[in-house]
Ligand binder design. Sequence first.
Ligand code: ADP
Length: 482
Amino acid sequence: RARIDIEGISVSPDHYIGGQRVSSPDTFETRCPFDWSRKLADMARGDASTADLAARAATAAFPAWAALSASERAACMHRLADLIEANVEKLALIECLDMGMLLESLRLRVILRGAANFRNYADLASGHEERVWSSRGTLNRVIRMPAGPALIITPWNAPFMLSTWKCAPALAAGNTVILKPADWSPLSASLLADLIDEAGFPAGVFNIVQGLGADLGNALVSDPRIKRISFTGSVPTARIIGRAAAENIVPFTAELGGKSALLVFADADLDAAAKKAAGQFDDSGQVCMAGTRIIVEESVAEAFLARFHRHVDQHVMGDSRDPATTMSALIHPVHVERVLGFIARARAAGDTIVRGGQLHQAGANWIEPTLILPRSNDSEVVQNEVFGPVLTFQTFRTEAEGIALANSTPYGLSGIVYTGCAQRAERVGRAVRGGTVWVNTFLVRDLTAPFGGIGISGIGREGGDYALDFHSDLKTLQILEG
Ligand code: ADP
């Protein structure tokens, strides 16, 4: 089908399979979150036949890609990273219009991080040294063998970052890839397909298909030709995908939601902590790692709240392209309704809405920054991920009480701790349940560190060697010495 022009940027509405653009008879539309009347594109809506075509292409391309050396694969990945860097402005604008994320942060950080994902894994895999040792008269070696076609399913909230983060280790490990981005923000993946083509990946190595979870996603996860599934999204979908993976005995990683604590001790830099708490509203709370449960030592609760409100008051809602905007819109009216539902049920159940709680006049997809004082720790809004601009506020008296509150949900993705005491930083950092715990900072991440969740926040770890291991079949080769 014809390419679409979006503010001078040419975007294909089609899939990218086996090095070709492929269409589908049905379509789905994608709109701009901060200007909802604006339709951006009618995208090809993949179905079971699309899944079949992609699995066939990825399977056919696998042996040759797997047979390349890691440094030959790395050359392709570095070329892709170069192209991402050369196209930062385009990628940033498309992601901003499609997902609503603030343009400034996309231009300066997020898109470049995508390039870094490919560079990091290219270097990591080509610099990998096999473990070799002698024992019981044999020479032992651990060999990482490419596993086969890998299916990568990503959510709508950080499409470019998460797609690159999850596809790079699969490709570096020698697997071919089928990427299915979410249907609420499909466009940056389509631009990525153009760059994959230009980077010279062999046809079928890196495929991108567009569509809905229920039809295309479902067909992909149940395809026996898929040898790895890496998923980021919601808990209910993880259960469905997990069942499909179990049927085919396919390893699967899932990075799911969070309900992370932002724990503030009386000895902390209160203003820094309050500023970070107010910063949880930046993406309207549509961040899985967000510290959405503010838990503050009672003696400084009032002082903290005064500072928090001051910082929240400075938020500006508006067009995400405008550098003055600090808080982006929610992605979709369906999601706005979902978030408003949480607030309405909290109010009805007797939680106190301290601020916000209403639609904001900035536009259809904005909800005011909302702070809720829950009637108890069992409140729905404390125990469930809202994924919107909704924080809860609780207090504690002792360190043990603070840790207990932080650890009192079924989630365990991350944690944020603010304290001025080095010993406490170590002690509480270890005690807070989460795959990642930040102390006196937030979101700073090294790409080689493991990332993932505990409890219903996920299965498995991505990042560094952890993802390379996941995407490989490890073999122990033993040869008799002498
Ligand atoms: P979110 O709440 O973030 O939309 P979802 O889990 O619904 O989370 O979606 C995350 C990704 O999973 C999206 O790409 C979506 O299309 C896909 N997905 C949803 N349902 C299924 C399914 N049954 N099988 C495979 N993928 C699915």
